[in-house]
Design a protein around this ligand. Structure first.
Ligand SMILES: Nc1nc2c(ncn2[C@@H]2O[C@H](COP(=O)(O)OP(=O)(O)OP(=O)(O)O)[C@@H](O)[C@H]2O)c(=O)[nH]1
Length: 941
């Protein structure tokens, strides 16, 4: 609809005016100049008077009214869609901030064939006017074409990839890269990515930035677009229209503004002079009819009602004000408001048109310095129309091209005045060349070139210099040609005016509403593109999350089950090996102690030393004791070695359990089992001589003692025990009998006791043994049989027994030593009674109470060598197994935490993706609906 050609309503009058000009004779410059004005008025007025009957006036008014209604409807439609778009954009921004980091598409210039196909499909779907889906005959509207590879499945495989490598937006294949450059990228929400060396390559920059950084930039872009929407709403609700007149230096902008006003308001100079923005307004409508100039104070926001924001000047001061501003940089150049009368009728006047307030802004000529400022100014939403003045002599400079390129992006249509056309000889060629350039720079403007591009001679309104310079010296014929030229120039200018007036007034939808519509469509298109892109991303991420969850959940469950299983297994392994080691040790130690008790070495690896003879009996006993101790040590070592082996096997089994049950990606324990580290503490202590066999043994177990040679206490005890034994059970009695008891009868036993006493005396036996023996003997002497046979038997027995003992010392010493050691090893004190026992012994000797003599088992410290060592071994084994188990458990704990983390992250991703799919789906539908409504806003002339 907007592409419909329109023709200015006043074009008929313009041509009528021009034809009249042609028919009017003129003789001089002055007369030509005045003729022009006179003719202009003279021609227009009578024609209008003649042509515009009452009926015409009525029709015109009705048309105006109708036009006003259409304008209001279009404006209301746009305001409502602006509001909706603002709502969508705000929620997108919030969603980006709070729920889902919005994915910003990047550009990829080397697509695969598949990507090209996907892109084409997506482009087709996104470039279709919602209504065109059902109605292909719908009128042309600005279209935004997008291409993307974001169809589900074409998105990077993992979110991590995605975070650094946003979804690729394929521009175009090589043949149509140019087209892609201006159509495929984001427009309103496009990020201005310029940074360092890669600033010229937004694609590289997008790839290098973190997704969150881009989301942040996008957030800022959305915020500024929301502001822009507010401005647009205010602007289209405002009745004033602003026309910015800009162009190359010296192109004749000021002359053009003056011509429009039919007054020499702006200073005109051959030298570039305008550095200020000068806004020309109708004094009647805007300044209570006062003609004056307001120079806005530096840094002040202009307020007509507030004198402090500006200084007042007369119209004639403008030239000086502009000259003063010459020295300033474009950024500091002041803004001037020029209130003046347009004396023409409302039908002719641009400013005082009776429909809408118009302000004409004369901008500084474009050069490198001012380009930025003017471009910014032109982008402002309150600028409805940009009139670009270009000199026909110079065509478009680089600055002009840049400005037009950007401005036509923003405003779509630019009104172009090709000025100084009078200076051009080959006018057709000039027109062709200029139009060629416009086609490149502003395609929309080119489409409507008939109405929007005008080749004129602005100066001709005041009687151009060309005419002045030629007439004085030329002949009448030449003057006639000049007249014809001037007439044609006037005609062109009149047509320009009519078109401009029409463009600004009657078609202000186009000039005022269309920028808003264009902006909205671009913005909505961007949002839809983002929504589609993110929908694709979310779908891909959901699929990915589902796929990975399908692997991660069972892996977690499997890991948990394996963990539970190994926990139970570990417990079993620990208990098993500890029990095994404990039992083995117990058996080995008991066996060792029994062997020692029988006077044999505890280990097969040890053997008794050779007997050196009676006179070295004591040394022999010491050597035997040493051998026993060493053999016991060997037995302990053997038990420890067995424990090491059993532990090693269990550790290996635990390791294998780990290999079987631990997930493959979990690092295995690097801890190595070192058997020699087990029991190292005891060995160290032993080597340093701190403790002998350790654990609960008195340190003098290795010390030899005389009782090892003659165990008097033992002999006496055998005698006394016979009485006690009679009170005990038969089974017990037999088990307690030693081999010596078998050999000796009661008599010889008594003899042994007494003989030993006699032979060795209390010195030899030791005080406690002697005392114990004495007590026992005292008890023995109470026996009547002993009293009767005593002396003789004692003598014979003693002599025999002593001989026997001496003869049998090589056998009895190991037994004595063994017995003594066994007592100690099994927890009975062999080092002699404690002080308490001695006191008891003395007391019992005095009272002859035999029951109080022997230390009871409770009194003896319940130190059992076998038990102690067995416990030590068990503890050590348990410690090692626990460590191995703990190691494995720890691996499981890490693996479980990792797997749980993966599942939780994927569940989070799944949830977020689902939410995003719903959200972007709804948003996409909403945008589509609003876009449809924006398309429906009918902006017609
Ligand atoms: N021949 C001819 N000269 C013109 C025309 N328009 C302007 N001029 C001359 O061109 C020169 C510059 O005109 P200005 O109106 O000052 O140009 P400008 O674009 O406003 O200049 P700056 O603001 O300094 O960039 C003046 O000498 C004008 O007389 C025209 O249509 N034909």
């Amino acid at each position: 609809m907007s592409s419909q050609k329109y023709y200015p309503s006043s074009s008929s009058s313009a041509s009528a005016a021009s034809s009249s000009v042609v028919n009017t004779p003129a003789t001089s410059n002055e007369s030509l100049r005045s003729d022009y004005f006179n003719q202009s008025h003279a021609i227009h007025a009578p024609m209008k008077e003649a042509e515009e009957s009452e009926e015409d006036q009525r029709q015109k008014m009705a048309a105006m009214e109708e036009h006003g209604k259409r304008f209001a409807a279009a404006r209301d439609g746009l305001v409502s869609t602006i509001n909706e778009t603002g709502g969508i954009l705000t929620s997108l921004r919030d969603f980006n901030k709070q729920r889902w980091i919005v994915h910003y598409p990047a550009i990829d210039r080397k697509p695969s064939t598949q990507q090209i196909r996907q892109r084409q499909a997506l482009r087709r779907s996104m470039s279709v006017d919602p209504r065109e889906e059902s109605d292909n005959s719908a009128p042309h509207q600005p279209r935004l074409q997008r291409s993307s590879t974001t169809a589900p499945g074409s998105v990077p495989a993992t979110p991590s990839q995605r975070s650094m490598s946003p979804v690729t937006i394929v521009l175009n294949d090589e043949e149509d890269v140019e087209e892609a450059d201006d159509q495929s990228e984001m427009s309103v929400l496009r990020l201005d990515l310029k940074l360092g060396a890669i600033g010229n390559n937004p694609q590289a920059l997008v790839h290098s930035l973190e997704k969150s950084s881009i989301a942040q930039l996008l957030d800022e872009r959305m915020t500024s677009s929301i502001r822009q929407l507010d401005n647009l709403r205010n602007r289209i609700s405002d009745t004033q229209s602003k026309v910015l007149v800009t162009g190359d230096l010296n192109a004749g902008k000021s002359t053009f503004v003056n011509s429009l006003m039919r007054r020499r308001l702006m200073p005109v100079d051959q030298q570039p002079c305008t550095t200020v923005f000068c806004e020309v307004l109708d004094a009647e409508q805007t300044n209570e009819g006062r003609e004056e100039v307001h120079l806005i104070k530096q840094g002040m926001l202009y307020d007509l009602q507030n004198d402090n924001t500006y200084t007042r000047h007369s119209l004639s001061d403008i030239e000086q004000l502009v000259a003063d501003a010459e020295e300033l940089s474009p950024e500091d150049a002041p803004m001037i408001k020029c209130y003046c009368h347009d004396t023409r009728s409302t039908q002719e006047s641009l400013l005082r048109n009776g429909i809408v307030d118009i302000a004409l802004i004369d901008a500084p000529g474009l050069n490198r310095d001012s380009l930025q400022t003017t471009a910014l100014f032109a982008r402002q939403e309150e600028i409805d129309v940009v009139v670009f003045v270009v000199s026909a002599e110079n065509h478009f400079t680089l600055s002009a091209k840049e400005f037009l390129w950007n401005a036509s992006n923003d405003k779509a249509y630019i009104f172009i005045v090709v000025n100084k056309f009078d200076q051009i000889r080959n006018k057709d060629k000039c027109k062709r060349l200029v139009l060629e350039q416009i086609k490149q720079l502003s395609p929309r403007t080119y489409e409507d070139a008939e109405e929007l591009v005008h080749f004129v001679d602005s100066d001709s309104v005041f009687g151009g210099d060309d005419v002045e310079s030629s007439t004085p010296t030329e002949d009448k014929k030449h003057a006639g040609q000049s007249l014809a030229t001037t007439s044609s120039s006037a005609m062109s200018f009149a047509r320009l005016e009519a078109c401009l007036r029409d463009f600004v007034l009657q078609r202000r939808e186009k000039s005022k509403l269309m920028p808003a519509q264009t902006y909205l469509l671009r913005l909505l298109s961007d949002i839809e593109f983002l929504a589609q892109t993110n929908l694709g991303v979310a779908n891909a991420e959901l699929e990915e999350a589902k796929r990975l969850l399908a692997e991660a959940r069972p892996a977690l469950a499997q890991c948990k089950a394996a963990h539970n299983k190994i926990e139970a297994q570990l417990e079993g392994e620990e208990d098993g090996v500890v029990t095994q080691v404990s039992q083995n040790a117990q058996a080995a130690f008991n066996n060792a102690i029994d062997l020692i008790g029988q006077g044999k070495p505890a280990s097969l690896q040890a053997s008794l030393p050779p007997y050196p003879g009676f006179f070295s009996a004591f040394e022999y006993s010491a050597a035997v004791r040493q051998t026993f101790v060493e053999s016991l040590e060997l037995a302990v070592r053997e038990a420890e070695q067995m424990a090491r082996v059993a532990t090693g096997e269990t550790v290996q089994r635990i390791k294998e359990m780990g290999d079987v049950h631990l997930p493959g990606d979990v690092e295995r324990s690097r801890r190595e089992f070192r058997p020699d580290a087990m029991f190292a503490k005891r060995l160290r202590r032993q080597n340093s001589g701190v403790a002998g066999l350790g654990l609960g043994l008195s340190r003098d177990i290795t010390d030899a003692r005389l009782s090892d040679v003659f165990d008097v206490g033992y002999y006496v005890q055998i005698i006394t025990r016979s009485e006690d034994d009679s009170q005990e059970g038969e089974g017990q009695k037999s088990s307690k009998k030693s081999s010596l008891e078998d050999e000796l009868g009661l008599i010889s036993t008594v003899g042994v006791g007494l003989g030993a006493m006699t032979l060795l005396g209390s010195k030899v036996v030791g005080a406690t043994s002697a005392l114990g023996a004495a007590v026992n003997i005292t008890n023995l002497l109470k026996d009547p049989t002993v009293q009767k046979w005593g002396p003789r038997i004692v003598f014979v027995g003693t002599a025999g027994f002593v001989a026997h003992l001496i003869m049998n010392l090589h056998n009895s010493i190991p037994r004595s030593v063994g017995r003594s050691m066994k007592k100690e090893l099994t927890g009975r004190r062999s080092a002699g009674p404690t002080a308490q026992h001695v006191v008891k012994l003395i007391a019992s000797a005095a009272s002859l109470d035999s029951t109080a003599v022997a230390p009871t088992s409770e009194e003896a410290a319940p130190v059992h060598f076998a038990t102690q060592h067995q416990e030590r071994l068990s503890r050590e084994v348990r410690k090692v197994i626990r460590l191995a188990g703990w190691d494995l458990q720890e691996r499981f704990r890490v693996a479980l935490a990792e797997k749980r983390g993966v599942v939780e992250r994927l569940e989070g991703q799944e949830g977020k993706s689902k939410e995003a799919i719903v959200w972007f789906g709804q948003t996409s539908a909403r945008v589509k609906e609003v876009r449809g409504r924006v398309y429906e806003v009918e902006i017609v002339s």
